[in-house]
Design a protein around this ligand. Structure first.
Ligand code: SAM
Ligand code: MG
Length: 214
């Protein structure tokens, strides 16, 4: 039987990364994606911007929308302070199974709760199912037409507090025009663009950081 790209990515981690060393997991995935097969991880260049936002926010509770193979999950979780938690949502069970193994290889299972299912179904259940009050940081990196409806859903469900930070990937490529227009024009956010490149390419892309003002 033929292997899938996520399975080959996991193989590269198991071959080249050290168990319990998140940085080596990130390096192994970036090397695989630059030199063997492109994959839709936030990647090394935008990953540095992600890291700096995580460090600056120093969040106790993080929500990630779109886990894929767990690359950004590992980046974020490895920078969290003690006792902080990351909930990451993925609706593709094959990707979730790979991500669980990548996260475990990095030694980060304690910090990460990977939840299988669609964001639109889980966001309204976050409080009762996971005892979440509000998220300090949300990383949006799932399908691009879901950024805006899921942001409005998080607002309605009371998952954002004054000062919560939304960090959205791929706002230029593939692009999220309705979301960008919303966070840039709404008086409920202050929003800032971080110019970069689409993962593992020279094509312009970037991250939008938006602070919820309540
Ligand atoms: N954040 C990952 C990283 O940087 O390593 C990459 C995530 S990939 C770009 C997007 C993922 O979101 C895919 O694995 C897809 O299956 C998942 N996805 C898309 N829409 C979703 C939704 N509404 N709910 C849950 N997962 C979703
Ligand atoms: Mg992305």
């Amino acid at each position: 039987t033929q292997s899938t790209r996520p399975q080959r990515l996991l193989g590269a981690v198991q071959k080249n990364a050290t168990r319990g060393d998140p940085r080596s997991v990130v390096r192994a995935i970036d090397h695989f994606c630059r030199h063997k097969e492109w994959a839709m991880n936030v990647g090394d260049e935008k990953g540095c911007i992600l890291d700096s936002v995580v460090s600056e926010v120093n969040p106790a509770a993080v929500l990630e929308l779109g886990t894929y193979c767990g690359y950004s999950t590992v980046r974020i979780a490895s920078l969290l302070p003690p006792h902080a938690k990351l909930i990451t949502l993925e609706f593709n069970p094959d990707f979730a199974a790979i991500a669980r193994q990548v996260i475990a290889w990095a030694g980060l299972e304690e910090k990460v709760q990977l939840v299988e299912g669609a964001s639109g179904d889980w966001i309204p259940k976050m409080k009762e199912q996971f005892g979440v009050k509000t998220f300090d940081l949300v990383f949006l990196d799932h399908w691009k037409d879901r950024y805006l409806p899921d942001t409005k859903l998080m607002e309605e469900c009371g998952l954002l507090r004054k000062g919560s930070v939304l960090l959205a990937d791929n706002v230029i490529c593939p692009g999220t025009p309705d979301y960008l227009e919303y966070v840039r024009s709404s008086p409920r956010y202050t929003s800032q663009y971080f110019k970069s490149h689409l993962e593992y390419t020279k094509v312009e892309d970037g991250l939008e950081k938006s602070v919820f003002l309540g």
